[in-house]
Design a binder for this molecule. Sequence first.
Ligand SMILES: [Zn+2]
Ligand SMILES: [Zn+2]
Length: 305
Amino acid sequence: MRTQPTCTKCHERSSVYHRTYSGERLCPTCFKVSLKERVQGAINRFDMLDHWSRVAIGVSGGKDSLTLLHILKGIEEGTHGSELIAVTVDEGIKGYRDEASGIVERSCREMGVEWVSVNFTDLFGYTMDEIAASERTLGACSFCGVLRRRALNEAAKSVDADRLATGHTLDDMAQSALLNLLRGDVGKMTSLDPGGYTSPGFVRRIKPLCEVPERETTLYAYLQGFELQSTTCPYAGEAMRGDTRAFLNDMEARRPGTLFTTYNTALKLIPEAKKADAMKTCKTCGEPSVGDTCRVCQLLENRRR
Ligand SMILES: [Zn+2]
Ligand SMILES: [Zn+2]
């Protein structure tokens, strides 16, 4: 019988994971410690938290956001001492969101974290199911993405948070960076800043998992025994992101480290993109906006026509 190589960190236990981009082989204990250190490192380097931060954590119920919640809880109990509140956006997707909300509620109760949920109907007047039934131009996922971002900001404001932490992984960061390049949208690189930035009307967004590959949130969730969702969202994902994800995964498999390189390139472009980025105020709703009317109001207005 073939035995697993020994962990390259503790030299005691058997490894369960081969980290191809670094060459490490890790046992479950050392793997979890290393992930926590990686997140702590990103929090420090990008100055994400203050000792007195009140952090809203966007928790969808997927493995990334549950991993984020669990790791932040561990870190905050140790050193920072920030307050954590989990916030969930209920888009109104029958059979899908209901299951996820149940998982989030139980997970928060187990971890002892306060939980708040906001929904699309209260904020925008429609459920995502209603929007998807008639949405033909933009596609349900893009539409949903715009509304979700606004909803998370509203949720964070409603609990007086000064930070909004989201579960974006290294994979998400690299995909978005490449998508911005493919679409010629360098200005959008600003939203990839892991430490976020302060802007009137916006709760500062931070991405503590920015240097954690999705493969590793999957393993963390498995090792922790998180309850995970069995259904996937019924609406087809954004096609171009799907292609970008497939391309990057293929490149990462052949050339380990590709995701990190793409992410690091984006970090170098952010300062330039920031210079060109000027925010206005939406003339309809008063929220921060790139143009005279924000994306949310544009989308909802188009629906009413
Ligand atoms: Zn070990
Ligand atoms: Zn608006």
